[in-house]
Design a protein. Sequence first.
Length: 290
Amino acid sequence: MALYDWIIAPFAEFAFMQRALLGAVLLSISACPVGVFLMLRRMSLTGDAMAHAILPGAAVGFLLYGLELVPMTLGGLAAGVVVALGAGAVSRLTIQKEDASLAAFYLISLAFGVLIVSMRGSNVDLMHVLFGTVLALNNEALTLIGGIAVVTFVGLTVFWRALVAECLDPLFLRSVSRLGPPVHFFFLGLVVLNLVGGFQALGTLLSVGLMMVPAAAARFWTIRVEPMCLVAIGFGIVSCVSGLLMSYHASLPSGPAIILSAGAIYVASILVGPRGLVAMRVRAAAHRTA
């Protein structure tokens, strides 16, 4: 009975918990594989930069229409695309590298977005934009997140081999195919889409957390890309369930609780994963005694 009260009852008895769980699971299925590719391409911080980059577009939507889903989503998507293309153009047309141009763009975007929200909204509105409200997801938001999950699944399926090849050997891909640059920009589009979807639930500051932390944890359990994506999705779902339960029982903010749950899995993976610290020490000791 205690198990039912602690784990099942919150989701069985409250519609807002059911919607939060569905939205978080869809985000995990969609965003975690994207996070794996970001990590393998050594672009983890790019995801963080893009998460901040969508803020001014979402803020403009908020300024014009308030906390309405469609204007804030379209604004965030447009801002993310502009920053991605702008940073890419600067890195290709000038001496500046892409990481530096992204850092400049996202810091400007973050400051601009906070300024826009502060012009009209209250501190509560600013917290909503920055940290999201996963417990307040409505059917419209769930439809958007579900649509993004479908687009991401189809895109990854179609371009899977090209994405894996670009992660492992981008120079080889460019030498045998012209898909390199198009796949790169398509992938950045998937990153922006998933950050926009995550923005509805976790806000601009935490949406990248569900994308990257489970992916980073999965790296300690396997070296193959396909299992790594599946493990990351599993870790993401577990993080969402445990975070929502922590939020419900301990009256904690749901977004931070989800990311902290993912962080706990990450720390455990560092220690006890097959490619973690303990396993490395055991293999090293066995090698010395052999």
